[in-house]
Ligand binder design. Structure first.
Ligand SMILES: *Cc1c(COP(=O)(O)O)cnc(C)c1O
Length: 388
């Protein structure tokens, strides 16, 4: 069978799997060894070299999911992001970074880059002119994240790829919110795909991991810095992540469907003023999202009427958990103001369009009617409290 022709569920289930020659078991055996022979072998294996049998197996699956030559699994999303940025930026280099990226990536750049003498600029917006105007003679990398957190704004991948190629820059995308199921940035010519595998790849809120996919040449550069920084993932967790990724496509598609229904339902609710979901026609980037995404993900945000206490609303929910992080099969909700964007000033939050009444909803795989019933009863509770 030629791998390139495989369907998405087959890739998730089988690509990279290790054959159990000894016992003929159905799944990849787990090799926990941190010590391997060095004489008479093709590859010198060591966990921090990202090349134990289980690490190599998962590297292959990630590469194929992103339609790339190679992949690497890391100990966290931030290990993948930090290692990859440092692999392509030297002292005196400059990187153009999209406005509103993941808080941890933002902190890494503003807190660590000055120590390395690496320069950076954040764009004012998402348009070609916004990116173009930040490019300097020493720019080496363009870094984007789409859909963005928490407003699910979309960056035009074809445009980013084109301006990067025109100027000889390396383009990087944090593809976490879309997952490889909904978006394949390499189709548009983006060079490097990054993931927090803690999110959709893991999918069960029980694994912290990261992933990168790119060409062989780019992965070699990332590997070289990666072995120095030491951000590899333990084999046991690699093996658990492989198990999780077998169901990624069916999970994510169920989450896409639920999120679209919930977005539509919330949009028509009297106590909700705004819904941000790229799969809604009312979303400013709907057409662009349709062009570059196959599904719109399980992530959405909404703003409550200003006279509703957002905290009371969240605490009234019974099925949907108030919780950090995202993309698990269970639905969770949070206030960006109190979590992911808490370190920003109130002014900066307002500048990014993040209202205090904004809630980010990570839609799980529960039955849609149960999610709606939970929201209904929470809306009723806060409405009654207002009357008292
Ligand atoms: C969570 C997240 C990260 C960081 O990943 P960790 O696994 O927490 O290190 C990076 N980017 C996005 C978009 C995320 O949601």
């Amino acid at each position: 069978m030629k791998d390139q022709k495989l369907g998405i569920n087959t890739i998730c289930t089988h690509v990279g799997e290790i054959k159990d020659e000894q016992f003929k078991g159905a799944i990849s055996p787990l090799y926990m060894s941190s010590s391997y022979a060095y004489e008479g072998v093709d590859v010198k294996r060591y966990p921090r070299y990202f090349n134990t049998p289980n690490q190599e197996a998962l590297n292959k699956k990630v590469a194929m999911l992103e339609k790339c030559e190679a992949g690497l699994i890391f100990g966290s999303g931030m290990a993948a992001v930090s290692t990859t940025l440092l692999a392509f930026l030297n002292k005196g280099d400059h990187v153009v970074v999209q406005k509103t990226i993941y808080g941890g990536a933002y902190n890494f750049i503003v807190e660590e880059f000055p120590k390395f003498g690496i320069e950076f600029s954040f764009t004012q917006g998402f348009s070609e002119a916004d990116f173009d105007s930040e490019i300097k003679d020493n720019t080496k990398v363009i870094y984007v994240e789409t859909p963005s957190n928490p407003l699910m704004l979309i960056t035009d991948l074809e445009m980013i790829s084109r301006i990067s190629k025109d100027r000889g820059l390396v383009s990087m995308i944090d593809n976490t919110f879309a997952s490889p199921i909904n978006q394949t940035p390499s189709d548009f010519g983006i060079d490097i795909m990054l993931h927090s595998a803690t999110k959709y790849m893991g999918g069960h809120s029980d694994i912290c991991a990261g992933a990168v996919a790119a060409s062989e040449e780019h992965i070699k550069k990332i590997w070289n810095v990666g072995k120095n920084l030491g951000g590899s993932l333990s084999d046991y967790t690699v093996w658990l992540l492989e198990r999780s990724m077998k169901t990624m496509a069916i999970r994510v598609k169920a989450q896409n469907r639920n999120a679209k229904k919930m977005a539509k339902w919330l949009e028509s609710h009297a106590m909700v003023t705004k819904v941000y979901y790229p799969g809604l026609k009312s979303h400013p980037d709907y057409e662009l999202a349709k062009k570059q995404m196959r599904g719109f993900s399980g992530m959405l945000s909404f703003e409550l009427n200003s006279d509703i206490d957002a905290n009371q609303f969240m605490q009234s929910l019974q099925l949907v958990k108030q919780s950090m992080s995202l993309a698990g099969i269970e639905s969770t909700i949070l206030s960006p103001t109190k979590t992911s964007h808490a370190l920003l000033s109130a002014d900066e939050r307002a500048h990014q369009g993040i209202a205090d009444g904004l809630l980010r909803f990570s839609v799980g795989i529960e039955n849609k009617n149960d999610l709606i019933a939970d929201f209904e009863q929470a809306f009723e509770k806060v409405a009654k409290k207002q009357l008292v």
